[in-house]
Design a protein around this ligand. Sequence first.
Ligand SMILES: [Zn+2]
Ligand SMILES: [Zn+2]
Length: 456
Amino acid sequence: MIWKLEELAGAEFQCKCGRLHKVPIQRIRMGAGALNYLEQDIPELSLAGKALIVADETTFEVAGRQVEAVLKQAGIALDRVVLHPRHNLQPANWVLPDERSLGEVLLKVPEGSGFLVAVGSGTINDITRFVAHKTHRPFLSVGTAASMDGYASTVAALLTGSFKRTVPAAYPTAIYVDPDILATAPLEMAAAGFGDLLGKSIALADWRLSHIINGEYYCPTIAGIVEQVLSTALKDVKALGSGDPDALLRLTEGLILSGVAILMFGDSRPVSGAEHELAHFWEIRGLAHGRLFYHGDKVAIGTLLMTEMHERVLAMDPDKLAWDRIYRERLSIADYKEMLQRDFAGAWEALYSPNWEQTKKEEIRRQTRDLLIPNWARIQEEVPKSLLKTDEIRSHLATLNLCQSPQELGIQRDWLAASLRSGREMKPHRYTIMDLAAEMGCLDSISQEILESVSS
Ligand SMILES: [Zn+2]
Ligand SMILES: [Zn+2]
C-alpha cells in the first residue's frame, strides 16, 4: 500500500495494531500553485480574524509576498514579522529560535481572534508553532525548503541561553508546499532533509529491537509509512542531487509523512533512534563552541556511525559472552552520573529528570542475557531489515555533497567519543542499539572501533 499524504490529512482509522490513529492536520496541499488554495481553505478551516505572517528575509521574498497577496485578495487583514539573524554563532546568517525571535512574534500576535502563518522551514516553524501553542491560536505552515521533518511536528526545538530544548507546541492546521518555491532554496538544505530521512533506517531498526527485547508497542502500519518514506528518498538520491523539482517535492512529502507518523504514534519513536540522540548531543556541543549545523547533516553522520554499531552488535553471539563479568562490571549509578556530568559539560542538569535514577537502577539490574538468548535469531533477522550498508550510505552522502565523516562536518574527536559513551542518555527512555551495546558490555569497545574507523 502506498500512503498518500493529501489523503492522510484529517484521517482517523482503527488500525490492526489495536489503536485508533488520528492525523489532526486538516489539509495538506502539495504541488504547483498550492498557495492559491489559502483563499478557499481559510474559511473552510474556520480560521478567522487577522493573519500574522512569520518569515525571515529570504523566505519572505520567496513565498511571504505571495502569501500576503493571496490573503489580501481574499480580504483577510494581515500583519507580518520578518525575523533577522542577530547573534555571534556560525553560520551568522541563520535566524535562531531564541527568546528574541519568540518575543518579536509574540508582540505581534493579534488581539482577539486571529491565526499565524509560518513561511519558512525548521526555525520559522518552531518559533511559530510554539507561539501559536502558547497563545492558543491556530497556524498554517507554508514550506520553503525540504530541510527537516518538523513541518508536522508537535514539539518545537528552542534555544534558551545556549541550550537547545524541545518543548510542547502545536501542529499546523494545514500545510502548503509548492515545488517552485522549494527549488529556490539552496541544495544543501534538501541534502540535509535527505540526511534526516536517512536516519529512519536506524530509527526503525531501534524500534524493532526494543519491540522484540522489551515488548515495546510497535505498529506495522506506522512502520510501513516510515519504510515508504525511506525507500522513496533512496530512489531519488540522484534526482535530488541535480535539484529536480519533482524529487524535491517527494522529499518534502517524505519529511511531512515522517511528522505524520509522529502524530499517529504520539511521540517520535518511529522516526528517531540512536542517530538522533547523537545529532542532538553534537548540537549541544556545537552551540557551546559557537557552531550551528543543519539538523539533517548531523543525523546523516549519526546514521553512518549507528549502522556500524548495529552491524557489530548483531554479529555477536550472546551465548558466548561472559555475562557474570558483564553484570559485575556495570557502572554504579554514582559513577555513571559523574561520567554524564562530565560528558554533557553543563547540559546534564537541564536533561536530568527525577525518574532517571529509577530507570538506570532497572538497567543495572537487568538480566539482559535472559532477554537476548531466546530472541537472538529473531533480532538478527528482523532488526537489520531497514539498515543500509555503510558503503551505500557513503555513496549517497557523496552524491548530495554531504560530509562523509564527523571530522569533515566539524564534530571534534572529544565530542564524538563523549557522544558514543553518553549520547544514549539524550533520551533515556528511548531504547536503542547504544543501550543494548551498553547492556552487553561492549559499548566502549565498539565505540573505540568506530572512532578508529572514522579517523582512518
Ligand atoms: Zn497502528
Ligand atoms: Zn530529525
